[in-house]
Design a protein around this ligand. Structure first.
Ligand code: ADP
Ligand code: MG
Length: 361
């Protein structure tokens, strides 16, 4: 039996830059998914501790993909793609168990997919290298499930390192671990899962993606990553919406590079203003925040955080703050109070340290 654990993630900074060939700085979470793959007598099946019932497919089901519940396609998708690639896939039983909350923006999907892909790689003796594991994991989410994610989630889930964030270049998919240990600076990374109901996510995500592509075309570059002077680029765009989108992406890429410099130099205090500027850019230019995340970000700042921002694709999800360790409890209480006062549902809060990426267990 092959058993692998792969983590969920938090993106420290660099939002909606991934599909613009830009930069991101995620870290792996201690929470993750454990996948076990074992040989079976006949058929292919998957069972999750988080859902009820076993989903089984027959040999013909290895090619058909519409007949299983969506969650099972995150697992069976790897089998379908390997089958498409001409790999002989013997009968297997796959079991998964995860403690990453789903749909909170902590990438339970990448934890699931990457743990399964790594366990299958071992069980089937595929011998995939780092690039191969990443490519297959991305294809499962993009092609088998049909979720248009940019690839960051799988990259960090596979390659995260304990005590480090991962500086990723989403153009060439190279990555570099940079130290991130807020406790050494008397700080903690406080995560607020706002539990805000996600609204219009798919349509809004697609609209942002299209807008960024249109802006890049008008600017004569292959992706917004190639633009370095935000204001000069904005002056060459005539559409107000495209101007805002371009300004967010170009300035966000610059903030990631500044954040990496700060981490390399061990100057964590410099991350604070970068977080806060990133949040303002997502709120005012990219317009992907909702009242719950704005309230959480603002409350963390007034409760002593040196910086705060929404993390993840937007329209709900989580907010992170860099909070002096001694003030974590008070900051959490302040956020709970602000949510109650605003009539929002109760948020869930936790502090997180950077954990390791996918590993055999
Ligand atoms: P996120 O990745 O931010 O948590 P997604 O919408 O990308 O949100 O992925 C969540 C989906 O992944 C769930 O709706 C479910 O289909 C699937 N999923 C994640 N973890 C599990 C699990 N342990 N068991 C079954 N399905 C899971
Ligand atoms: Mg996901």
């Amino acid at each position: 039996m092959a058993v692998w654990h792969a983590p969920g993630r938090i993106n420290l900074i660099g939002e909606h830059t991934d599909y613009n060939d830009g930069f991101v700085l995620p870290m792996a979470l201690p929470m993750g998914c454990t996948a076990s793959v074992e040989g079976a007598r006949d058929g292919w099946s998957v069972v999750s501790t988080q859902t009820s019932g076993t989903v089984s497919v027959s040999p013909s089901g290895l090619t058909g993909r519409d007949s299983v519940p969506e969650w099972a396609s995150y697992v069976l998708g790897a089998l379908w793609l390997l089958h498409d690639d001409g790999v002989e896939v013997p009968p297997v039983r796959i079991s998964v168990d995860s403690d990453v909350p789903t749909g909170a923006g902590l990438s339970s999907s990448a934890a699931l997919v990457c743990s399964v892909v790594c366990a299958l790689d071992e069980h089937l003796g595929l011998g995939l290298d780092a690039a191969g594991l990443l490519a297959l994991s991305r294809r499962v989410e993009n092609d088998a499930v049909g979720a248009p994610t940019g690839g960051m989630d799988q990259l960090i889930s596979l390659r995260g390192e304990e005590g480090h964030a991962l500086f990723c270049d989403m153009r060439d998919l190279t990555s570099e671990a940079v130290p991130f240990t807020p406790a050494d600076s008397g700080l903690a990374l406080l995560v607020v899962d706002t539990r805000a109901p996600h609204r219009l996510v798919d349509g809004e995500y697609a609209a942002r993606r299209r807008g960024c592509e249109a802006a890049a075309r008008q600017l004569g570059v292959s992706a917004l990553r190639d633009v370095t002077d935000a204001e000069e680029a904005v002056s060459r765009l005539d559409d107000e919406e495209l101007q805002r989108y371009a300004r967010h992406v170009v300035t966000e890429d610059a903030r990631v590079l500044d954040a990496v410099e700060a981490l390399r130099a061990g100057r964590l205090d410099e991350l604070g203003p970068l977080f806060t500027a990133s949040h303002a850019s997502m709120r005012d230019d990219f317009r992907i925040t909702v009242p719950e995340v704005d309230t959480a970000a603002e409350t963390l700042l007034s409760a002593g955080a040196i910086g705060s921002r929404m993390t993840g694709g937007g329209f709900g999800g989580c907010v992170i703050g860099l909070v002096p360790a001694a003030e974590v409890d008070a900051a959490g209480d302040a956020v709970r109070r602000a949510f109650a006062d605003a009539g929002f549902g109760e948020p869930s809060l936790f502090t997180a340290e950077a954990a390791a990426g996918a590993r055999s267990v």
